[in-house]
Design a protein around this ligand. Structure first.
Ligand SMILES: N[C@@H](CCC(=O)N[C@@H](CS)C(=O)NCC(=O)O)C(=O)O
Length: 210
């Protein structure tokens, strides 16, 4: 049985959501953040040396990194459902979108949070993160302006990956200027599997990162 290590209020919510979308069985192990530092507990470091979520266990292996887990789940456990295969016209677009949240977006958003938590003081540095966040948000706003989901072929695992990232951007008050993006996030949140995932992995409260 697939085991999912989930940290409360974290990006591993994506994996719970993906599994609910796919209707796959899984055992959920919930680890609680330290309420003061928001760091993960020792129980997660006993799963993998990095002590990060998400992590999954399957067939005696521990797999980490959100994008790798999404590839593993969709292609190995779900016969390619919610993924796009190499022969499909949108294969390149799918891979690009799948990598975008962790590869491009989360870095500046997390640096901006840490900058705030550590008291700021370097406006040059802050200006750099801020401009990066605006650039990414504007790019996304245009990308979802004329379509319901990231790909023309419809909803995919790339939307799951981006959806939680936008929730994080929202708690950082980075969504107000982007109506198309807000509408896209509302479409994602309206999905029954999204709501089931919150019941299973939640409740989610990202306000601590605000
Ligand atoms: N690049 C990794 C990032 C993993 C990560 O930073 N996870 C956060 C959860 S949002 C975490 O475990 N934070 C707790 C900690 O570092 O102590 C991925 O895509 O899975």
């Amino acid at each position: 049985m697939l085991k999912v290590h989930h940290l409360n209020n974290s990006r591993s919510q994506r994996i719970v959501w993906l599994l609910e979308e796919l209707g796959l069985p899984y055992e959920l192990v919930v680890h609680q953040r330290d309420p003061e530092t928001q760091r993960s507990p020792a129980s997660l470091s006993s799963v993998h040396p990095l002590g990060k979520s998400p992590a999954i266990e399957h067939d005696g292996q521990v797999i980490v990194e959100t994008d790798a887990i999404i590839h593993y789940v969709t292609n190995k456990l779900a016969g390619g459902r919610l993924a796009v295969g190499p022969d499909a016209p949108e294969y390149g677009a799918y891979l690009s979108w799948l990598a975008f949240p962790e590869g491009s977006m989360m870095g500046p958003l997390v640096f901006d949070l840490v900058y705030q938590w550590t008291g700021g003081g370097n406006e040059l540095l802050h200006g750099f993160f801020d401009a990066e966040i605006v650039r990414h948000q504007a790019y996304l706003e245009a990308a979802v302006a004329n379509r319901d989901f990231l790909l023309q072929s419809g909803f995919s695992a790339a939307d799951v990956n981006l959806g939680w990232t936008l929730e994080f951007a929202e708690c950082r008050r980075r969504m107000a200027d982007y109506p198309q993006l807000a509408a896209y996030l509302a479409r994602l949140r309206a999905r029954p599997a999204y709501r089931r995932a919150l019941e299973r992995g939640g409740p989610q409260d990202l306000s601590v990162f605000g």
